[in-house]
Design a protein around this ligand. Structure first.
Ligand code: GTP
Ligand code: MG
Length: 197
């Protein structure tokens, strides 16, 4: 799919204040610093559409970006950063739960997982939550440029092995790198297919 236009629409803390629309939207979520905002910039070919930082916790709001006037990408704040207070964690939980429940146009959630790490409890818990809520999702293993391809593949296989313990069917997954652009075509084609439905 060709990205002809990508524009920032709005930032909100509340799902009921997000754009009223029937256009499909795709939300990016995962641990703080996993590369959600960077991946949005990579997919849209914009260096600075979504704000990124080497310090975790950069994205704090629900950010809507309209692509080709046809669909939305949504950048969400991350979870799992140890230095976050209990109150902030609870506020995040409420915001995300409300968002997941209140967006009937939510076509798919992309759960970003750091491809360098063994399966993390917070990621597994979040995937479990999506399953419980019946939200469609796929996995994206990020930062593949930071290690060898065999290492990425063995980490992904280990992650999937853990998922097999509780899921009958394994989710679709992609590998990505915001620097090498691995995964760009595959992820955009996936979105294009869903948009056609
Ligand atoms: P929060 O908004 O804090 O939840 O983080 P985020 O998930 O949006 O991460 P962000 O895109 O801001 O990236 C975090 C850091 O990782 C930045 O320093 C990025 O440059 C770096 N980064 C993100 N993706 C990649 C990647 O694919 N490869 C490499 N080498 N670095 C990456
Ligand atoms: Mg971010």
């Amino acid at each position: 799919m060709k990205i002809k236009e990508a524009k920032f629409i709005c930032s909100n803390t509340r799902a009921d204040l997000c754009p009223t629309t029937t256009l499909p939207e795709y939300a990016f979520i995962g641990r703080s610093n996993v590369g959600k905002s960077s991946l949005i910039n990579m997919l849209t070919n914009h260096l600075k559409l979504a704000k990124t930082s080497s310090f975790p916790g950069k994205t704090q709001l629900i950010n809507h970006f309209l692509i080709n006037e046809e669909w939305y990408l949504v950048d969400l704040p991350g979870y799992g950063w140890a230095k976050v207070s209990k109150d902030s964690r609870e506020a995040w939980r409420k915001m995300i739960n409300f968002y997941l429940k209140k967006r009937p146009n939510l076509a798919c959630v992309f759960v970003l997982i750091d491809s360098r790490l063994p399966a993390q409890k917070v990621d597994l818990e979040f995937i479990e939550l999506l399953g419980t809520m019946g939200v469609p999702f796929v996995l994206i293993f990020t930062k593949t440029d930071k290690q060898s391809a065999p290492k990425t593949d063995s980490n992904i296989a280990a992650f999937m092995q853990v998922l097999k313990e509780s899921w009958e069917e394994l989710p679709t997954m992609f590998k990505s790198s915001s620097t090498s652009k691995e995964g760009r075509e595959e992820i955009l084609s996936f979105i294009e297919e869903i948009n056609k439905r």
